[in-house]
Design a protein around this ligand. Structure first.
Ligand code: FES
Length: 105
C-alpha cells in the first residue's frame, strides 16, 4: 500500500507499507525523517504525530480517546492531527498523504 510521507522540508517520500502495519512503522522502517516514535506504538509518546491530508480524514478518522488526550502533548497539534502509530494500513489507504510537523522530540 503506497503511503506518501511529506517531510518537514517538503520532501515527499512514497513508501510501500504492508497491510496490517501501522503508518508509523512504515515511516520508521523506511527512514522517513521526523517520526521518532519513542514509545514504539503504544500511544504514549506523541512523537509519531503527523497531519493527515484533509481529503483523507474521512478514511482515517479523527483522533479519539487516549490518542486525542496524548495529542495535547504533541508539537503544534491541529484538528487534522493523528498519532500515526494508531492508524493501521489497509488497502483503503492506498495513496494516503500525511505531513510531518517540523519539530518533534
Ligand atoms: Fe508513541 Fe505513537 S509511537 S504515540
Amino acid at each position: 500500500v503506497k503511503i506518501i510521507y511529506v517531510e518537514a522540508d517538503g520532501t515527499e517520500r512514497a513508501v510501500d507499507v504492508a497491510e496490517g502495519h501501522s503508518v508509523m512503522e512504515g515511516a520508521v522502517s523506511n527512514g522517513v525523517h521526523g517520526i521518532v516514535a519513542e514509545c514504539g506504538g503504544a500511544c504514549s509518546c506523541a512523537t509519531c504525530h503527523a497531519y493527515i491530508d484533509v481529503s483523507w480524514l474521512e478514511k482515517t478518522g479523527l483522533a479519539e480517546g487516549d490518542e486525542a488526550d496524548m495529542l495535547e502533548f504533541a508539537h503544534e497539534p491541529k484538528p487534522t492531527s493523528r498519532l500515526i502509530c494508531q492508524i493501521e494500513v489497509t488497502s483503503d489507504l492506498e495513496g494516503l498523504r500525511i505531513e510531518i510537523p517540523d519539530e518533534q522530540a
